[in-house]
Design a protein around this ligand. Structure first.
Ligand SMILES: [Fe+2]
Length: 279
């Protein structure tokens, strides 16, 4: 059983010398309407299938990271539903906003026994720093001075051995031409900060609705399939993919390594409308 407590805006999770186990759930795009759908896929149904899959696998995670686009329409109902539904995992949950979200609504409505507002998580030998890259009414992202300063200060005061920053937008070109202008505008400034800190071992994001796993020097760069619709890798123009919704399991080892795998749900039929040409 994981022992955890929230101290102000920092969350401390004890893992007693074993690797920290984390599940990333990203881009569920929940609507106000119960049967609300994205490209023909009912997003509540898809998230519930993901949670069912997690429960069946008995992963026993120490932490869930919800990395943005939790709501598609910024409705209070979408956030209330998410908070209520995620509780079934009985695991601490931390979150960041995506381009579709309203950070103020999230702060107020993502409220439950398990959801924390903390943006710094100390877990085993690792610290996870959650960064807000969302901009009002924009699809692309930017950390801006405030978030970059938060990261810099976290690095300066770091007492953990390893650091894993997390954000919503992609900070590198993922070879999907249409997504290129929709990534992180101040990626160069972010990497300047990350390159100055040898404790950074990974960088994790959502937004691209597809899997990504590459190294940039010592930093493992990871992105994760959405728990709703998928985007086709290496596409010039917008294209939905026929892959199933998914999530990522991460094990942050005591030696600084990241063991990770993506899981996709297989046991449920979806009717994604692949002919839709927009997002
Ligand atoms: Fe998204």
């Amino acid at each position: 059983m994981t022992r955890w407590k929230q101290e102000q805006e920092e969350l401390n999770i004890q893992v007693d010398g074993r690797p920290a186990k984390i599940i990333q759930i990203t881009d569920p795009h929940i609507f106000k309407a119960k049967k609300g759908s994205l490209l023909g896929l009912e997003t509540r149904k898809s998230l519930e299938a993901i949670l069912d899959n997690i429960q069946r696998q008995e992963i026993n995670a120490d932490l869930i990271l919800a990395t943005g686009d939790i709501s598609h329409d910024q409705s209070p109902e979408s956030y209330q539903y998410f908070a209520q539904t995620m509780d079934v995992l009985e695991t601490p949950i931390c979150w960041i906003p995506g381009n579709h979200d309203d950070v103020f609504q999230m702060s107020e409505l993502l409220n439950s026994e398990y959801i924390s507002r903390a943006k710094k998580i100390n877990i085993g030998d690792w610290q996870i720093v959650l960064l807000d890259s969302s901009l009002t009414d924009q699809v692309y992202g930017r950390l801006g001075r405030e978030q970059r300063t938060f990261l810099q200060k976290s690095i300066q005061s770091l007492t953990s051995k390893y650091l894993l920053p997390v954000l919503h937008h992609h900070p590198v070109d993922i070879q999907c031409q249409w997504l290129e202008p929709l990534g992180l505008e101040d990626a160069e400034e972010l990497f300047e900060i990350l390159d100055s800190c040898s404790s950074v071992r990974g960088l994790l994001w959502g937004h691209i609705h597809q899997m990504y796993d590459q190294y940039r020097g010592k930093i493992r760069m990871l992105a994760t399939p959405s728990s709703s619709i998928q985007f086709k890798p290496l596409s010039k123009e917008f294209a939905a993919d026929s892959e199933s919704p998914g999530y990522r399991i991460l094990e942050l080892d005591t030696d600084g390594k990241i063991e990770t795998q993506v899981k996709r749900i297989k046991h449920i039929e979806f009717t994604v409308d692949y002919t839709v040409k927009g997002y």
